[in-house]
Design a protein around this ligand. Sequence first.
Ligand SMILES: NC(=O)c1ccc[n+]([C@@H]2O[C@H](COP(=O)([O-])OP(=O)(O)OC[C@H]3O[C@@H](n4cnc5c(N)ncnc54)[C@H](O)[C@@H]3O)[C@@H](O)[C@H]2O)c1
Ligand SMILES: O=C(O)C(=O)C[C@]1(C(=O)O)C=C[C@H](O)C=C1
Length: 280
Amino acid sequence: MTNIVVVGLGEMGASLAKILTAQSDNYVVGVDMSEQSLRYALENHLVSATNSRLRDVASQADVIILATPVTSIEKSMQQLATMSLKKSVIITDTGSTKRDIMAVAEQVLTPMNMKFIGGHAMAGTHQSGVTFANENLYRHMTYFLVPSSISESSQLQTVLQPLAAKFMTIDVARHDALMATISDVPHIVAFSLMNAATTQLGPSTMFGQYVAGGFKDTTRIAASEPKLWADVLLSNKEAVLASQTQLRKQLDLFAQAIENNDDDALIALISSARESRENL
Ligand SMILES: NC(=O)c1ccc[n+]([C@@H]2O[C@H](COP(=O)([O-])OP(=O)(O)OC[C@H]3O[C@@H](n4cnc5c(N)ncnc54)[C@H](O)[C@@H]3O)[C@@H](O)[C@H]2O)c1
Ligand SMILES: O=C(O)C(=O)C[C@]1(C(=O)O)C=C[C@H](O)C=C1
Protein backbone atom coordinates (compact mmCIF):
# COMPACT_ATOMS: atom_id res chain seq x y z
CA MET A 1 0.00 0.00 0.00
CA THR A 2 1.40 3.42 -0.96
CA ASN A 3 0.39 6.18 1.45
CA ILE A 4 0.04 9.45 -0.51
CA VAL A 5 -0.68 12.80 1.12
CA VAL A 6 -2.03 15.54 -1.18
CA VAL A 7 -1.93 19.04 0.31
CA GLY A 8 -4.31 21.44 -1.46
CA LEU A 9 -7.45 19.91 -2.93
CA GLY A 10 -8.00 22.49 -5.67
CA GLU A 11 -8.23 21.77 -9.38
CA MET A 12 -4.70 20.35 -9.62
CA GLY A 13 -4.52 18.53 -6.26
CA ALA A 14 -8.05 17.13 -6.28
CA SER A 15 -7.57 15.84 -9.85
CA LEU A 16 -4.33 14.11 -8.79
CA ALA A 17 -6.04 12.72 -5.70
CA LYS A 18 -9.01 11.41 -7.69
CA ILE A 19 -6.77 9.55 -10.16
CA LEU A 20 -4.47 8.14 -7.47
CA THR A 21 -7.35 7.11 -5.16
CA ALA A 22 -8.81 5.02 -8.00
CA GLN A 23 -5.71 2.77 -7.79
CA SER A 24 -6.44 0.00 -5.26
CA ASP A 25 -2.86 -0.07 -3.94
CA ASN A 26 -2.92 3.63 -2.94
CA TYR A 27 -4.23 5.18 0.27
CA VAL A 28 -4.67 8.91 -0.41
CA VAL A 29 -5.02 11.43 2.40
CA GLY A 30 -6.25 14.90 1.41
CA VAL A 31 -5.20 17.96 3.39
CA ASP A 32 -6.74 21.40 2.87
CA MET A 33 -7.40 24.52 4.91
CA SER A 34 -11.01 24.50 3.71
CA GLU A 35 -13.23 22.13 5.74
CA GLN A 36 -15.82 22.37 2.97
CA SER A 37 -13.31 21.11 0.36
CA LEU A 38 -12.27 18.25 2.64
CA ARG A 39 -15.90 17.22 3.09
CA TYR A 40 -16.57 17.41 -0.66
CA ALA A 41 -13.45 15.35 -1.43
CA LEU A 42 -14.44 12.61 1.00
CA GLU A 43 -18.10 12.51 -0.04
CA ASN A 44 -17.12 12.27 -3.72
CA HIS A 45 -14.45 9.60 -3.14
CA LEU A 46 -11.61 11.81 -4.39
CA VAL A 47 -9.54 10.72 -1.36
CA SER A 48 -9.43 7.80 1.09
CA ALA A 49 -9.29 10.09 4.14
CA THR A 50 -8.87 13.76 5.04
CA ASN A 51 -7.09 15.82 7.66
CA SER A 52 -6.84 19.57 8.16
CA ARG A 53 -3.22 19.38 9.42
CA LEU A 54 -0.24 18.17 7.38
CA ARG A 55 1.62 17.60 10.67
CA ASP A 56 -0.88 14.88 11.68
CA VAL A 57 -0.43 12.77 8.54
CA ALA A 58 3.05 13.47 7.13
CA SER A 59 4.93 10.84 9.17
CA GLN A 60 2.92 7.99 7.55
CA ALA A 61 3.43 9.23 3.99
CA ASP A 62 5.45 7.51 1.25
CA VAL A 63 4.72 10.40 -1.12
CA ILE A 64 3.73 13.98 -0.27
CA ILE A 65 2.29 16.17 -3.05
CA LEU A 66 2.07 19.90 -2.35
CA ALA A 67 -0.63 21.43 -4.57
CA THR A 68 -1.34 24.83 -3.02
CA PRO A 69 -0.28 28.30 -4.31
CA VAL A 70 3.52 28.72 -4.62
CA THR A 71 4.08 30.63 -1.34
CA SER A 72 2.08 28.02 0.61
CA ILE A 73 4.08 25.23 -1.04
CA GLU A 74 7.26 26.88 0.28
CA LYS A 75 5.78 27.17 3.78
CA SER A 76 4.79 23.48 3.75
CA MET A 77 8.32 22.52 2.69
CA GLN A 78 9.73 24.47 5.62
CA GLN A 79 7.31 22.72 7.98
CA LEU A 80 8.16 19.28 6.54
CA ALA A 81 11.86 19.90 7.17
CA THR A 82 11.10 20.05 10.92
CA MET A 83 9.03 16.85 10.99
CA SER A 84 9.97 13.24 11.45
CA LEU A 85 9.19 11.60 8.10
CA LYS A 86 9.80 8.18 6.57
CA LYS A 87 13.40 7.93 5.36
CA SER A 88 12.20 6.92 1.89
CA VAL A 89 9.55 9.64 1.54
CA ILE A 90 9.35 11.48 -1.80
CA ILE A 91 8.12 15.07 -1.68
CA THR A 92 6.87 16.82 -4.80
CA ASP A 93 4.73 19.84 -5.74
CA THR A 94 2.57 21.17 -8.57
CA GLY A 95 3.68 24.83 -8.51
CA SER A 96 3.72 26.71 -11.82
CA THR A 97 7.22 28.14 -11.27
CA LYS A 98 10.22 26.26 -10.02
CA ARG A 99 13.10 28.61 -9.10
CA ASP A 100 11.99 29.69 -5.62
CA ILE A 101 10.56 26.26 -4.79
CA MET A 102 13.77 24.42 -5.79
CA ALA A 103 15.81 26.97 -3.80
CA VAL A 104 13.75 26.21 -0.67
CA ALA A 105 14.12 22.48 -1.36
CA GLU A 106 17.92 22.75 -1.43
CA GLN A 107 17.91 25.07 1.59
CA VAL A 108 15.70 23.09 3.97
CA LEU A 109 14.94 19.58 2.62
CA THR A 110 18.28 18.49 1.10
CA PRO A 111 20.17 19.07 4.40
CA MET A 112 17.61 16.77 6.11
CA ASN A 113 18.18 14.14 3.38
CA MET A 114 14.56 14.55 2.26
CA LYS A 115 14.13 13.90 -1.46
CA PHE A 116 12.25 16.58 -3.39
CA ILE A 117 11.29 16.51 -7.05
CA GLY A 118 9.66 19.66 -8.38
CA GLY A 119 6.63 18.98 -10.57
CA HIS A 120 4.58 21.10 -12.96
CA ALA A 121 1.94 19.88 -15.35
CA MET A 122 1.04 21.88 -18.44
CA ALA A 123 -2.60 21.25 -17.66
CA GLY A 124 -5.32 23.00 -15.72
CA THR A 125 -7.76 25.78 -16.44
CA HIS A 126 -8.83 29.19 -15.13
CA GLN A 127 -11.17 27.40 -12.71
CA SER A 128 -10.20 26.60 -9.17
CA GLY A 129 -11.35 24.49 -6.28
CA VAL A 130 -12.18 20.89 -5.45
CA THR A 131 -15.35 20.75 -7.57
CA PHE A 132 -13.15 20.96 -10.69
CA ALA A 133 -11.45 17.63 -9.97
CA ASN A 134 -11.04 15.94 -13.34
CA GLU A 135 -9.66 12.44 -13.85
CA ASN A 136 -8.59 13.29 -17.43
CA LEU A 137 -6.85 16.56 -16.60
CA TYR A 138 -3.29 15.24 -17.00
CA ARG A 139 -3.91 12.75 -19.83
CA HIS A 140 -1.29 13.20 -22.60
CA MET A 141 -0.20 16.55 -21.11
CA THR A 142 3.44 17.51 -20.57
CA TYR A 143 4.40 17.08 -16.89
CA PHE A 144 7.74 18.73 -16.06
CA LEU A 145 9.92 17.20 -13.33
CA VAL A 146 12.84 18.99 -11.68
CA PRO A 147 14.83 16.73 -9.33
CA SER A 148 16.81 18.26 -6.46
CA SER A 149 20.54 17.51 -6.09
CA ILE A 150 19.86 14.33 -4.04
CA SER A 151 16.85 12.96 -5.89
CA GLU A 152 15.89 11.36 -9.18
CA SER A 153 12.49 11.12 -10.76
CA SER A 154 11.91 7.46 -11.75
CA GLN A 155 10.17 6.37 -8.52
CA LEU A 156 7.85 9.39 -8.59
CA GLN A 157 7.05 8.75 -12.25
CA THR A 158 5.97 5.21 -11.32
CA VAL A 159 3.58 6.54 -8.65
CA LEU A 160 2.19 9.17 -11.06
CA GLN A 161 1.87 6.74 -14.02
CA PRO A 162 -1.97 6.55 -13.69
CA LEU A 163 -2.11 10.23 -14.71
CA ALA A 164 -1.08 9.14 -18.25
CA ALA A 165 0.93 12.37 -18.53
CA LYS A 166 4.05 12.88 -20.65
CA PHE A 167 6.84 13.28 -18.08
CA MET A 168 9.84 15.37 -18.97
CA THR A 169 12.86 16.30 -16.86
CA ILE A 170 13.93 19.92 -17.22
CA ASP A 171 16.28 22.33 -15.45
CA VAL A 172 14.92 25.20 -13.38
CA ALA A 173 16.18 28.12 -15.49
CA ARG A 174 14.89 26.66 -18.75
CA HIS A 175 11.54 25.81 -17.17
CA ASP A 176 10.94 29.26 -15.70
CA ALA A 177 12.08 31.15 -18.82
CA LEU A 178 9.75 29.00 -20.92
CA MET A 179 6.83 29.58 -18.51
CA ALA A 180 7.35 33.35 -18.54
CA THR A 181 6.70 33.41 -22.28
CA ILE A 182 4.09 30.68 -22.78
CA SER A 183 2.07 30.96 -19.57
CA ASP A 184 2.85 33.92 -17.28
CA VAL A 185 2.87 36.84 -19.74
CA PRO A 186 -0.19 35.44 -21.58
CA HIS A 187 -2.03 35.67 -18.24
CA ILE A 188 -0.83 39.26 -17.79
CA VAL A 189 -2.10 40.02 -21.29
CA ALA A 190 -5.54 38.58 -20.48
CA PHE A 191 -5.74 40.48 -17.17
CA SER A 192 -4.65 43.68 -18.94
CA LEU A 193 -7.08 43.25 -21.85
CA MET A 194 -9.94 42.84 -19.41
CA ASN A 195 -8.89 45.86 -17.34
CA ALA A 196 -8.31 47.98 -20.46
CA ALA A 197 -11.79 47.09 -21.74
CA THR A 198 -13.54 47.97 -18.47
CA THR A 199 -11.52 51.20 -18.17
CA GLN A 200 -12.82 52.23 -21.59
CA LEU A 201 -16.31 50.73 -21.59
CA GLY A 202 -17.35 50.47 -17.96
CA PRO A 203 -18.31 47.25 -16.13
CA SER A 204 -18.24 44.08 -18.27
CA THR A 205 -21.99 43.66 -17.65
CA MET A 206 -22.39 46.73 -19.89
CA PHE A 207 -20.64 45.25 -22.96
CA GLY A 208 -20.76 41.49 -22.34
CA GLN A 209 -23.71 41.01 -24.68
CA TYR A 210 -21.65 42.32 -27.60
CA VAL A 211 -18.44 40.28 -27.25
CA ALA A 212 -17.83 37.32 -29.54
CA GLY A 213 -15.08 34.73 -29.92
CA GLY A 214 -12.15 37.13 -30.25
CA PHE A 215 -12.59 38.77 -26.86
CA LYS A 216 -13.79 35.59 -25.15
CA ASP A 217 -10.87 33.47 -26.43
CA THR A 218 -8.22 36.03 -25.52
CA THR A 219 -9.59 36.75 -22.02
CA ARG A 220 -10.73 33.33 -20.73
CA ILE A 221 -7.73 33.04 -18.42
CA ALA A 222 -8.43 36.50 -16.93
CA ALA A 223 -10.94 34.62 -14.74
CA SER A 224 -8.07 32.81 -12.95
CA GLU A 225 -7.54 32.80 -9.18
CA PRO A 226 -5.84 36.10 -8.09
CA LYS A 227 -3.66 34.83 -5.20
CA LEU A 228 -2.44 31.87 -7.24
CA TRP A 229 -1.33 34.17 -10.07
CA ALA A 230 0.20 36.84 -7.83
CA ASP A 231 2.39 34.04 -6.40
CA VAL A 232 3.31 32.75 -9.87
CA LEU A 233 4.27 36.17 -11.26
CA LEU A 234 6.32 37.19 -8.22
CA SER A 235 8.14 33.86 -8.08
CA ASN A 236 9.28 34.26 -11.70
CA LYS A 237 10.00 37.98 -11.55
CA GLU A 238 13.09 38.39 -13.79
CA ALA A 239 11.90 36.06 -16.55
CA VAL A 240 8.41 37.61 -16.54
CA LEU A 241 9.79 41.16 -16.77
CA ALA A 242 12.15 40.15 -19.61
CA SER A 243 9.34 38.49 -21.53
CA GLN A 244 7.04 41.46 -20.94
CA THR A 245 9.68 43.74 -22.48
CA GLN A 246 9.52 41.65 -25.66
CA LEU A 247 5.73 41.93 -25.69
CA ARG A 248 5.93 45.70 -25.28
CA LYS A 249 8.27 45.85 -28.31
CA GLN A 250 5.70 43.98 -30.37
CA LEU A 251 2.91 46.33 -29.24
CA ASP A 252 5.12 49.27 -30.23
CA LEU A 253 5.73 47.78 -33.69
CA PHE A 254 1.97 47.56 -34.22
CA ALA A 255 1.45 51.11 -32.92
CA GLN A 256 4.17 52.42 -35.25
CA ALA A 257 2.80 50.63 -38.30
CA ILE A 258 -0.74 51.91 -37.63
CA GLU A 259 0.50 55.43 -36.90
CA ASN A 260 2.40 55.42 -40.24
CA ASN A 261 -0.45 53.82 -42.21
CA ASP A 262 2.16 51.17 -43.07
CA ASP A 263 0.13 48.40 -44.67
CA ASP A 264 3.23 46.33 -45.56
CA ALA A 265 4.57 46.41 -42.01
CA LEU A 266 1.19 45.36 -40.58
CA ILE A 267 0.83 42.50 -43.06
CA ALA A 268 4.36 41.33 -42.26
CA LEU A 269 3.69 41.37 -38.49
CA ILE A 270 0.35 39.57 -38.80
CA SER A 271 1.64 37.03 -41.37
CA SER A 272 4.51 36.09 -39.12
CA ALA A 273 2.13 35.57 -36.17
CA ARG A 274 -0.34 33.64 -38.31
CA GLU A 275 2.31 31.25 -39.62
CA SER A 276 3.64 30.56 -36.10
CA ARG A 277 0.13 29.99 -34.74
CA GLU A 278 -0.71 27.60 -37.57
CA ASN A 279 2.45 25.60 -36.85
CA LEU A 280 1.84 25.47 -33.07
N1 LIG B 1 -4.69 26.01 -12.43
C1 LIG B 1 -3.76 25.74 -13.29
O1 LIG B 1 -3.97 25.89 -14.47
C2 LIG B 1 -2.43 25.22 -12.82
C3 LIG B 1 -1.68 24.46 -13.72
C4 LIG B 1 -0.45 23.94 -13.29
C5 LIG B 1 -0.01 24.18 -12.00
N2 LIG B 1 -0.76 24.95 -11.15
C6 LIG B 1 -0.22 25.17 -9.81
O2 LIG B 1 -0.79 24.20 -8.93
C7 LIG B 1 -1.04 24.77 -7.65
C8 LIG B 1 -2.52 24.62 -7.31
O3 LIG B 1 -3.27 25.23 -8.30
P1 LIG B 1 -4.87 24.98 -8.41
O4 LIG B 1 -5.29 25.54 -9.72
O5 LIG B 1 -5.18 23.59 -8.05
O6 LIG B 1 -5.38 25.97 -7.25
P2 LIG B 1 -6.82 26.03 -6.60
O7 LIG B 1 -7.05 27.45 -6.25
O8 LIG B 1 -7.83 25.31 -7.42
O9 LIG B 1 -6.63 25.18 -5.25
C9 LIG B 1 -5.75 25.49 -4.22
C10 LIG B 1 -6.20 24.69 -3.01
O10 LIG B 1 -5.21 24.84 -2.00
C11 LIG B 1 -5.88 25.09 -0.77
N3 LIG B 1 -4.91 25.82 0.07
C12 LIG B 1 -4.40 27.05 -0.13
N4 LIG B 1 -3.50 27.34 0.82
C13 LIG B 1 -3.44 26.25 1.64
C14 LIG B 1 -2.69 25.94 2.80
N5 LIG B 1 -1.81 26.79 3.29
N6 LIG B 1 -2.90 24.72 3.39
C15 LIG B 1 -3.80 23.86 2.88
N7 LIG B 1 -4.53 24.10 1.78
C16 LIG B 1 -4.36 25.28 1.16
C17 LIG B 1 -7.13 25.87 -1.13
O11 LIG B 1 -8.12 25.77 -0.12
C18 LIG B 1 -7.53 25.15 -2.43
O12 LIG B 1 -8.35 24.05 -2.16
C19 LIG B 1 -0.54 26.21 -7.73
O13 LIG B 1 0.76 26.27 -7.20
C20 LIG B 1 -0.52 26.52 -9.21
O14 LIG B 1 0.48 27.46 -9.53
C21 LIG B 1 -1.97 25.45 -11.53
O1 LIG C 1 -5.69 26.76 -19.67
C1 LIG C 1 -5.59 27.48 -18.70
O2 LIG C 1 -6.55 28.05 -18.21
C2 LIG C 1 -4.30 27.65 -18.03
O3 LIG C 1 -4.07 28.72 -17.60
C3 LIG C 1 -3.40 26.52 -17.87
C4 LIG C 1 -1.95 26.89 -17.62
C5 LIG C 1 -1.42 27.70 -18.82
O4 LIG C 1 -1.52 27.20 -19.93
O5 LIG C 1 -0.90 28.79 -18.63
C6 LIG C 1 -1.85 27.68 -16.37
C7 LIG C 1 -0.81 27.58 -15.53
C8 LIG C 1 0.24 26.62 -15.76
O6 LIG C 1 0.92 26.35 -14.61
C9 LIG C 1 -0.08 25.57 -16.67
C10 LIG C 1 -1.14 25.67 -17.50
